[in-house]
Design a protein around this ligand. Structure first.
Ligand SMILES: Nc1ncnc2c1ncn2[C@@H]1O[C@H](COP(=O)(O)OP(=O)(O)O)[C@@H](O)[C@H]1O
Ligand SMILES: [Mg+2]
Length: 257
């Protein structure tokens, strides 16, 4: 499974993506979680206690001048898979976690790390891990560059005017990827019976999951803990689990849109 969560800031991408990744890992599957949002949030939703772990300097070197490409690259001999084995954080349930890095760290170190991050994303071996991504909000770049590994985009949408507007735009952007992708909506912070229908109508997308408003998610955020550890038996976590099952099932049927 190769999914990437997109949506307006605050819609709930990180909360859902982190929970999704761990639930998938609990099935005994190898999972790589990828946070490429420069306003990162996935570390905490996975249950890691620090949210800034760019690739270390030793993993990166200057690209030789006679070689084409960006200024830096992964150290010679270090493959993308090895870089992950060695340097990706390990979150609860065994989820491996790779992060683009925060905007506010030392700019030069971050730049090196980000170029290497891109290279890793580009060179990820097929079939080694299930991939669960947390993408930055709104540009085409998110889909063609950062989310290039995904075969399914999940647009997280709140039943609120602005979120609905951006969902339609994101749906269009996601569908404009230069390869076949599946684009589905996840309704989040649902409170009214009509919310799901509203989101389906306004976004033009099939809504594959409906996650209710769960105040404990916000509490989890405040205490820096994973929603899955704070309210494992909540309806909201149950809804993410159902999402996983539905995608798995559709995958088996080979369904695409
Ligand atoms: N289903 C939900 N119920 C209540 N609060 C939620 C829910 N999903 C997310 N949140 C809260 O909304 C805020 C934004 O969520 P977050 O996952 O950080 O959004 P994004 O990654 O899209 O910017 C956080 O405080 C989070 O705890
Ligand atoms: Mg986020």
């Amino acid at each position: 499974m190769r999914v990437a969560f997109v949506g307006k800031g605050g819609a709930g991408k990180s909360a859902i993506a982190g929970t999704f990744a761990r639930l998938l890992a609990r099935r005994g599957q190898p999972v790589l979680a990828i946070d490429s949002d420069p306003l990162p949030g996935m570390a905490f939703s996975l249950g890691l206690d620090r949210d800034d772990a760019p690739l270390p300097d030793e993993a990166i070197e200057d690209r030789p001048e006679d070689e084409e490409g960006p200024r830096y690259r992964l150290r010679a001999g270090l493959s993308a898979a090895e870089a992950i084995d060695r340097y990706a954080a390990t979150a609860p349930d065994g989820v491996r976690f790779l992060q683009f890095g925060k905007i506010r760290t030392d700019p030069r170190a971050l730049f090196r790390s980000q170029i290497a991050f891109r290279q890793i994303i580009h060179e990820l071996p097929e079939d080694r891990w299930h991939l669960v991504g947390d993408l930055p909000g709104g540009t085409r770049q998110a889909f063609t560059g950062w989310g290039g590994y995904a075969d399914t985009y999940l647009v997280v949408v709140e039943p609120m005017a602005k979120s609905l507007l951006s969902a339609r735009r994101l749906a269009r952007l996601a569908s404009s990827a230069d390869r076949p992708v599946r684009v589905l909506a996840v309704a989040n912070k649902v409170t009214e019976p009509g919310d799901v229908e509203l989101i389906a109508r306004r976004s033009g997308l099939e809504v594959v999951a409906s996650v209710p408003l769960e105040p404990a998610f916000a509490d989890a955020e405040r205490s820096g803990r994973a929603p899955l550890d704070v309210v494992p038996d909540s309806v909201a976590v149950g809804a993410v689990s159902l999402l996983l099952e539905r995608l798995d099932h559709q995958q088996l049927k080979g369904a695409t849109t």
